[in-house]
Design a protein around this ligand. Structure first.
Ligand SMILES: [Zn+2]
Length: 241
């Protein structure tokens, strides 16, 4: 089923923001919703690559501001605005993975979506810090399977059942994501909570539907909760009486 199946009254693009602390399952949920809704995914790092590919002269705006390769909030905002603007009009649903990340991005996306007559909903994955940090610490990536980003793999790898240090798909040794290293993960979680307070306040103030999802649930339960909420919101209020 796609959002198109919901009928002509649902023909506006629904922008689905997915936010939550590190290791809350944002990437997994974005991937499963993308398949279920036949929707593209906007990711901050892809948005930055696209801007620089399109306008190489802007490269200097995206110089990393720390050893983790983060760019300035202003540069990220620019890249996200450009990515949202590039979504073609007939697109029924778009996933925003790990976006909006700050109050300015909430406002930017809200205004861009309103301008094109679309909808904006935010899914908030959350659980206790200790649950998420324990999960993030166990998380591994495969530099072989994720060949297009060898320097910076992000997608969770499936460990081998025989030797969990090896990739279940290709047999290569798995590695820890640099930003999941000890201390760094905790720092990212604290940083997320700081920004999230403002994001949630702004989302509520603008009347953007906000759906809280228990990140400790299984990926399929998280997907089902998100899918039901999104399809319900995309259905006109008067639908079914
Ligand atoms: Zn692999």
């Amino acid at each position: 089923m796609t959002l198109t199946d919901l009928g002509p009254a649902a023909n506006a693009t629904t922008f689905i923001g997915i936010i939550g602390p590190p290791a809350s399952g944002k990437s997994t949920l974005a991937t499963s919703l993308s398949r279920a809704l036949d929707a593209p995914i906007i990711r901050p790092r892809d948005a930055i690559r696209a801007v620089v590919a399109d306008e190489p002269q802007l490269h200097e705006l995206f110089v990393p501001i720390n050893e983790l390769g983060w760019v300035s909030d202003g540069a990220l905002g620019l890249a996200v605005r450009a990515a949202v603007a590039r979504i073609p009009a007939p697109c029924r649903a778009v996933l925003l993975e790990n976006l909006p990340g700050d109050t300015f991005q909430v406002a930017d996306i809200h205004m861009a979506v309103r301008q094109r007559g679309g909808r904006f909903v935010v899914l908030h994955l959350d659980s206790a810090n200790e649950v998420l940090i324990a999960r993030g610490t166990r998380r591994r990536v495969c530099q072989t399977c994720e060949a297009d980003s060898t320097a910076d793999p992000h997608e969770p790898a499936q460990p081998s059942t025989i030797d969990p240090r090896m990739c279940g798909r290709c047999g290569s040794p798995l590695s820890v994501r640099p930003d999941d290293e000890d201390g760094v993960l905790r720092e990212r979680t604290v940083r997320h909570r700081h920004y999230a307070r403002g994001v949630l306040r702004m989302v509520t103030a603008l009347g953007i539907p906000l759906i809280g999802i228990d990140a400790a649930a299984t990926p399929s339960a998280v997907h089902a909760a998100a899918f039901d909420a999104v399809t319900l919101l995309a259905t006109p209020a008067h639908h079914g009486g």
